[in-house]
Design a protein around this ligand. Structure first.
Ligand SMILES: *[C@@H]1O[C@H](CO)[C@@H](O)[C@H](O)[C@H]1NC(C)=O
Ligand SMILES: *[C@@H]1O[C@H](CO)[C@@H](O)[C@H](O)[C@H]1NC(C)=O
Ligand SMILES: *[C@@H]1O[C@H](CO)[C@@H](O)[C@H](O)[C@H]1NC(C)=O
Ligand SMILES: *[C@@H]1O[C@H](CO)[C@@H](O)[C@H](O)[C@H]1NC(C)=O
Length: 303
């Protein structure tokens, strides 16, 4: 391995000596990048000042480390270093790709390239984030009583860096200010993660505001996940709700019966009057439209 490293460094060195210094005309630029843990990351780089540039060799080193993270001599098809690193497409440009991004990849990198036009180098910073898992929600008590004390929980784990959780009711009213967020950070060599737990407490809950929604936002305030909390009313409430529903049905049925009676009566009256006072009605379109309006409004509870 060490032998190969020395060989490749020698080859890279030869290339570096073989090409003339490029001056200010030719530049390598890389954008600072943010990768997602366990995903593939592309670090976008490009040349400035020249077109038609052919890459001969690249070397990527983490600032503060002696050994290169990754080296690739194109002509020889020789690669050394971390196998997760590669040139995205050597024929198209200097952009890099990291397979299976890890938290340990976080840092500042020095990138050197040898091309047919000369040598170029650039530095870029790289950081790693992790997406929060789908939130898990729960209520206390399990079955909620209308007007009773209630706690809603929304937990999201395995994210990084620290995000936050916001709360909304069915009308979109923001309840976040009434909630308490707890953050627990786990930090091991290979992974970092934060567990978020948000607690929204009601001394006296108004179930007409349900369902509630919690939204998990990452450190950049971009939504990572959301969940609607289905509230199970306690038995007594469930019965009351069903009862008031059936009461409503009765009331509606009553209104419908009375409505049709009134409508019938009005029609009878209308035709009776029409016979008697035809001219009056024709000369008074206002009264006509008034009767029409009544018909319309009487139809409402029936539909
Ligand atoms: C990265 O992953 C892709 C798809 O999984 C694979 O085709 C490619 O060979 C991998 N690259 C490296 C450098 O391991
Ligand atoms: C959410 O987290 C809180 C505090 O850690 C815990 O008391 C609660 O049981 C958790 N809820 C769920 C559904 O995991
Ligand atoms: C909650 O309600 C469900 C269904 O309404 C019932 O089966 C369950 O026993 C209730 N649980 C508690 C703790 O009251
Ligand atoms: C909800 O309230 C929180 C805390 O007061 C605030 O930070 C957030 O921006 C609000 N969200 C919306 C959509 O209004």
């Amino acid at each position: 391995m060490a032998f190969i490293t020395i060989m490749i460094l020698a080859v890279v060195g030869t290339f570096i000596q073989a090409v003339e210094p490029s001056g200010d005309l030719f530049k390598l630029e890389c954008e600072p990048a943010v990768g997602i843990a366990a995903h593939t990351t592309v670090i976008t780089c490009h040349f400035r000042g020249h077109e038609d540039i052919k890459i001969s060799a690249v070397s990527l080193r983490k600032v503060g480390q002696n050994e290169p993270t990754f080296q690739h001599v194109i002509a020889q098809q020789q690669k050394i270093g971390d196998p997760r690193f590669s040139l995205k497409n050597p024929a198209k440009g200097p952009s890099l790709k990291i397979n299976d991004t890890m938290f340990s990849d976080t840092g500042e990198f020095a990138y050197e390239i040898v091309t047919n036009r000369g040598k170029a180098s650039a530095k870029f910073s790289f950081s790693v984030t992790a997406k929060y898992k789908d939130p898990i929600v729960s209520t206390w008590p399990q079955n909620v009583t209308e007007g009773g004390p209630t706690v809603l929980y929304c937990n999201a784990t395995e994210g990084y860096p620290t995000g936050t959780i916001h709360w909304f009711d069915r009308y979109g009213t923001n309840w976040t200010i009434n909630s308490i967020l707890t953050k627990t950070t786990k930090d091991t060599y290979s992974s970092k993660s934060v567990a978020l737990s948000s607690k929204l407490t009601f001394n006296s809950i108004d179930l007409s505001l349900a369902p509630f929604r919690c939204i998990v936002l990452n450190s950049k305030y971009i939504q990572d996940g959301e969940k609607t909390i289905q509230i199970t009313p306690a038995k007594q409430d469930a019965e009351e709700m069903a009862e008031s529903k059936s009461n409503k049905t009765n009331i509606i049925a009553g209104v419908m019966v009375i409505g049709s009676l009134i409508a019938g009566l009005l029609f009878a009256l209308f035709f009776f009057r029409r016979g008697k006072e035809q001219n009056f009605l024709i000369l008074n379109p206002d009264l006509n439209s008034h009767i029409k309006d009544q018909r319309v409004s009487l139809n409402v509870p029936i539909t």
